[in-house]
Design a protein around this ligand. Structure first.
Ligand SMILES: Cc1cc2nc3c(=O)[nH]c(=O)nc-3n(C[C@H](O)[C@H](O)[C@H](O)COP(=O)(O)OP(=O)(O)OC[C@H]3O[C@@H](n4cnc5c(N)ncnc54)[C@H](O)[C@@H]3O)c2cc1C
Length: 387
């Protein structure tokens, strides 16, 4: 089936396996997400566990990782999956990103063999949900200033502090928690039922409502020596996990944009004012043309970064270019689509405002736009404006 929004025939740049993976994810989104997501969003509740098991069965959790039951898919295939998931809802894509690219990746890359064996097979199956605790109430863009502390007590570690805005925290079995020890930032694998750990759902979000977000309180949490991720030393470890997750966002945000544009195209060709379809007005066509140009430019950028990742490798600042551009443009597309839908644009009967609201979170998490501008600025000038 040819996608009417694929003006540049970018599909021809994908191989058969990539298209097959995309088709499978598109189908599960059509079957399991689209029929219910407006309700989940309105109620601020999402069946995380059911979705995780279903995504686990399809091999979507940690799909770009190898071993321990992970699918070992290419970066491009993973990106396409993120795009299709986010065409359903950014919250649903966040579930998969946080599980695979943050929590699982941290354990896969920096964990001991024992930690990997204990957690990764269950996480890839969706039987155990993971979260990633870096942000704190007083430290977001500047995680180097984190206040959460890890101190040695005999062989044990004791963690004290708090993490804020943590996706999946209220439903997770395990958290990867970043804390400052005497020797620097270290990562810990923390079962959520450890005494002293509490997680509370953050209510009244106006964005990403089909996603569970929480606060984690760590009150003298005693962990055995082997809870530490042995390979993770310094802030570069959590930042490398963020690069993984940001890569998924480069693709994912375009899914939300594509869904807005597809909805709007249908709406504009069927809704009549002044005796003709909205799509027949030059001003509407100018909007549609500009949006499809940005969508396809974003897709080219995502595909290029994906091919780099599957080949020579992709640098963090290159991923920043993708996150900065694609989320910014996706949000602009969602807002513009909303204007074409008029009053219906603010209704939950259409997905457009839900996507626009979700993209506000996507713009902020995994490094705000400003932080990615600073990363790119540093690459260009050799001068760090923020550290
Ligand atoms: C729904 C949701 C889910 C999230 N999930 C997770 C998660 O799973 N795990 C996790 O660890 N975190 C998570 N986060 C947190 C997210 O990563 C942070 O919100 C983000 O890093 C920004 O931090 P902040 O909100 O504290 O904003 P701040 O850092 O306070 O920034 C506020 C504003 O100031 C700007 N700013 C800050 N510093 C500079 C500077 N040097 N120069 C110019 N401008 C600057 C920012 O760009 C921003 O516009 C989530 C957030 C949301 C909204």
């Amino acid at each position: 089936m040819t996608d009417p929004l694929d003006l540049l025939a970018l599909d021809s740049a994908l191989d058969t396996e990539e298209r097959q993976i995309r088709a499978v994810v598109r189908q599960v989104v059509d079957d399991r997400v689209r029929p219910s997501v407006a309700d989940w969003y309105e109620r601020g509740e999402v069946p995380v566990r059911d979705l995780a098991r279903e995504f686990g069965r399809l091999g979507l959790l940690g799909m770009h990782l190898t071993g321990y039951g992970c699918a070992g898919a290419s970066a491009v295939a993973y990106g396409l999956a993120c795009l299709e998931l986010e065409a359903g809802d950014s919250g649903v894509r966040s579930l998969v990103s946080v599980q695979g690219s943050l929590a699982m990746y941290a354990i896969w890359r920096y964990g001991s063999e024992e930690q990997k064996q204990r957690w990764l097979p269950a996480m890839t199956a969706g039987e155990a949900i993971g979260c990633f605790g870096l942000t704190e109430p007083d430290h977001g863009s500047d995680p180097a200033s984190m206040a959460t502390r890890a101190r040695r007590d005999g062989d044990d570690w004791v963690l004290t502090g708090g993490k804020m805005w943590i996706t999946n925290a209220p439903v997770a079995e395990v958290a990867v928690v970043w804390a400052r020890a005497e020797e620097g930032v270290r990562g810990f694998v923390v079962p959520m039922d450890t005494p002293g750990v509490t997680a509370r759902e953050i209510r009244r979000k106006m964005s990403l409502r089909a996603s569970s977000t929480g606060e984690i309180v760590l009150d003298d949490v005693r962990l055995p020596a082997d809870a530490r991720l042995p390979g993770a030393e310094g802030l570069k470890a959590p930042l490398s996990c963020l690069t993984e997750a940001r890569y998924g966002i480069v693709w994912g945000a375009l899914g939300a944009a594509r869904d807005c544009l597809a909805t709007t195209l249908t709406y504009a060709t069927t809704r009549t004012q002044f005796g003709r379809p909205l799509a027949g007005f030059q001003l509407t066509q100018a909007k549609l043309a500009d949006m499809v140009v940005e969508l396809q430019k974003g897709q080219l950028l995502a595909l290029h970064l994906g091919r780099l990742a599957d080949g020579a490798g992709v640098r963090p600042d290159q991923v920043s270019v993708g996150k900065l551009n694609n989320v910014r443009e996706a949000l602009a597309i969602a807002r513009q689509c909303r204007t074409i839908l008029g009053a219906n644009g603010v209704s939950g009967e259409y997905p457009v405002m839900r996507h626009a609201n979700n993209l506000e979170s996507v713009l902020t998490y995994e490094g705000t736009s400003e932080i990615h501008q600073l990363v790119v600025g540093q690459r260009l000038t050799g001068l760090s404006a923020f550290a």
